[in-house]
Design a protein around this ligand. Structure first.
Ligand code: NAP
Length: 264
């Protein structure tokens, strides 16, 4: 298949800051080429989200993904929202429906595909877009949200069935939890030696899910594995949220195994 850009080509993109670590262009352009679609997927490092969203409208983009730190702010610039995205207060996907910018959240789907759990004691570290998606996905669990900025964790108590706690209570929250979700950016490339959870408090019966996917195995996951815990890489969440995003834009759900090979 020859990949041709012409006057009919529609644009997709990821908006983030920083965004240069993103594997979304690699994966989406692989699918675009594989299915012979007249689309291109780009990455933009965005400082001014409002004018960027206005640019998506003006240039008639087909859609966009959102990543750090734009998933919450973007809500105010959109015309409509999926009920799940509205409730979570976070959007990672925009679909341009004839000029109407519609917000969805495929991170929730990605989390549910990666680690479906019910009736567990879960600690979610972070209170940004990824943490909101995790709270939505894990609503049938007993959730404690821990965040550096305590007020942001507290805000989640009003939306989700969860308990907020400050970062200084991390050890106690981890001690009483079965599942630990890192939804902060600590440990993400290039700060790969950092971790938010001290190794000594991790146990063999813990399930540790790091939403970070670059690197695929973070320092937190290495520590957890060495303590005998079960580890889940953010690469699976990334893959599933991307598959769902592509399906929303194009109607095509690519093969999961084939796509996983592209990321490895
Ligand atoms: P975000 O909305 O900007 O939230 C970032 C969170 O990290 C906030 O809770 C922030 O705390 C916390 N944080 C940042 N630096 C910190 C530090 N030095 N000490 C303590 N806490 C710190 O970002 P996001 O969109 O939720 O993304 C968070 C992580 O999830 C990223 O690593 C991203 O790669 C990952 N993610 C992965 C996927 C996937 O598909 N695998 C999808 C979405 C997100 P404050 O509130 O105190 O600032």
């Amino acid at each position: 298949m020859v990949f041709v850009i012409d006057a009919q080509t529609r644009l997709l993109c990821i908006l983030g800051n920083p965004v240069y670590h993103s594997k979304s262009p690699l994966l989406h352009n692989y699918w675009i080429e594989k299915f012979g679609l007249n689309l291109v997927y780009l990455a933009f490092n965005v400082f001014d989200l409002e004018s960027t969203i206005s640019g998506l409208r003006t240039l008639n983009f087909m859609g966009a993904n959102l990543t750090i730190p734009h998933k919450i702010e973007v809500l105010r610039y959109l015309d409509s929202l999926d009920p799940e995205a509205r409730h979570a207060g976070a959007v990672n996907l925009i679909l341009n429906k004839n000029g109407n910018l519609h917000g969805c959240n495929t991170d929730i789907y990605g989390i549910n595909q990666t680690l479906p759990i019910k009736g567990r004691r879960v600690v979610i570290i972070g209170a940004g877009g990824a943490a909101r998606a995790a709270c939505e996905a894990y609503e049938k669990n007993e959730i404690t949200v821990i965040n550096r900025t305590f007020q942001k964790a507290k805000n989640l108590e009003r939306v989700f069935n969860c308990t907020a706690a400050p970062l200084k209570n991390l050890d106690a929250a981890v001690a009483k939890s079965e599942v630990i979700v890192n939804a902060t950016s600590i440990g993400m490339f290039p700060h790969v030696d950092e971790t938010i959870v001290p190794k000594k408090i991790l146990r063999p019966d813990h399930i540790v899910f790091d939403t970070i996917y670059n690197p695929p195995i973070t320092r937190l996951l290495m520590d957890a594995e060495s303590q005998g815990a079960t580890i889940i890489s953010g690469i699976e969440m990334f893959l599933h949220q991307a598959l769902k995003s592509f399906q929303i834009w194009t109607g095509i759900l690519p093969d999961c195994e084939d796509s996983r090979r592209v990321l490895s």
